[in-house]
Design a protein around this ligand. Structure first.
Ligand code: NZQ
Ligand code: ZN
Length: 390
């Protein structure tokens, strides 16, 4: 296990009745709030009204940034920064999913500089400070409420890029599994796939001596396999929604990747799919992951993939490790397809060969060279994995 420093001090307020703590938590940091939300799901569900009531009853001044897109765009960030500056706001309150929280993070950092916030995303402007953020999570997927990362899309340059700063780690997150009851089936499945992908990106590494992290990862994957289909079929099942929601945070908050080098391979490839075709992140991950595992299966990786099959899918061990590993990959594919009803080919998302080569090139370019993950991926490998996914 490599040396590491771990500090994630987001306060989590989990469960049914935590919204009553909202104003108290905000007032520790500010009293002039930018509420950020997406295309209206929080208005339909009634959560918007509850948040507004809580702020108004506690004399908290607020302005709103809405219509934040799934795969949030830098233009939305700029709108947010403008509102913050115009009204001297001092606290950012995203109410939504990863897209809303990621946008809010760049607003929080962008409000502290005079330059174009896109420069932060491409690393030309270093974040030295940010406005404090508190998140109200409405969909379990990205773990953005408890991590330092944010992913922003620039449609003009066809780029969807991640950036991270400790300054945008949310101060607190309100996580009520009931808020996720209204998440559509498609996005419930995409969220489960995203959580599993974060876990697998951390899990699939070689000989790192991180036994404990790997057993925790298997626990999260088993949780998804148990509760993903329940949430899909019975959206108001509290136990399922709660287990998925809490897993969503721990898949990506640094615990599983501590003590390891993990270059995330599938996410790098998926971000190009989203950048070119604006697809749902988790769906792209579900399609790519089994193909990636097939592509990297070799003498070096077979043991780990077979272990994954045994510990996560309870596949009986045989004397043939390759057979075991292939069964594991097939089980993962079947889970996504048969249990979570995810379209498992790119063609089903209307993606054909046209941009595969460009996306493969962009994947490598955005990683500044080959992806040195579970196995090193060159442009040709990425291209091959895209082709296998058609
Ligand atoms: O916009 P609204 O109307 O709110 O609808 C959203 C959106 O259409 C809807 N939704 C959310 N909560 C709902 C709901 N509908 C009904 N009831 C609710 N309670 O779901 C749709 C998807 O929302 P979005 O926020 O886009 O989903 P998600 O949380 O999966 O976020 C995806 C974004 O996060 C990035 C992805 O790349 C993508 O841009 N990621 C962020 C990461 C991070 N910050 O660490 C890591 C991830 O790997 C990922 O890359
Ligand atoms: Zn993800």
């Amino acid at each position: 296990m490599q040396d590491f420093i771990y500090q994630v001090d987001t306060k989590i307020l989990f469960g049914h009745d935590q919204l009553r703590n909202l104003s108290k938590e905000i007032k520790k940091y500010g009293n002039r709030v930018l509420i950020c939300y997406g295309g209206g799901s929080i208005k339909k569900s009634g959560l918007y009204d509850k948040v507004i009531k809580e702020l108004e009853e506690n004399d908290i001044f607020y302005k709103e940034l809405w219509d934040i897109e799934p795969n949030p765009r830098v233009e939305s960030v700029k709108r947010g920064v403008e509102i913050v500056k115009k009204h001297s706001l001092n606290f950012i309150l995203p109410v939504g999913g990863g897209s809303v929280i990621d946008c809010a993070k760049l607003v929080a950092a962008g409000a502290k500089v005079e330059t174009d916030p896109w420069k932060i995303v491409i690393g030309e402007e270093i974040v030295k400070e940010a406005l404090p953020i508190g998140a109200i999570l409405t969909i379990a997927a990205t773990g953005s409420e408890m991590d330092k990362a944010s992913v922003i899309t620039n449609v003009k340059t066809k780029q969807k890029l991640g950036w991270a700063s400790k300054h945008v780690l949310p101060k607190f997150a309100i996580m009520n599994p009931e808020y996720t009851y209204t998440v559509p089936k498609y996005h419930t499945s995409a969220g489960v796939a995203d959580i599993m992908s974060h876990t697998m990106e951390n899990y699939f590494s070689l000989n790192d001596g991180c036994y404990m992290q790997d057993r925790m990862a298997e626990g999260i994957l088993k949780t998804m396999i148990k509760y993903g289909p329940i949430a899909y079929n019975d959206p108001e099942n509290y136990e399922a929604r709660a287990n998925i929601m809490w897993s969503n945070s721990w898949a990506i908050n640094g615990l599983l990747g501590s003590g390891k080098s993990t270059a995330w391979s599938v996410h790098a490839m998926e971000h190009e799919l989203s950048a070119y075709y604006d697809i749902t992140h988790g769906i792209g991950l579900a399609i790519l992951t089994p193909r990636w595992l097939k592509h990297v299966l070799n003498n070096e990786t077979v043991e780990k993939i077979a272990t994954f099959g045994k510990n996560v899918f309870e596949i009986e061990e045989t004397s043939d490790k390759f057979e075991d590993a292939n069964k594991a990959i097939d089980a993962l594919y079947k889970f996504f397809k048969d249990e979570m009803h995810i379209p498992m080919t790119l063609q089903e998302l209307d993606i054909d060969e046209t941009h595969l080569r460009d996306m493969a090139k962009a994947t490598i370019r955005h990683k500044n060279g080959p992806i040195k993950g579970f196995q090193t991926l060159q442009e040709e490998d990425v291209y091959e994995i895209y082709k296998m996914s058609l």
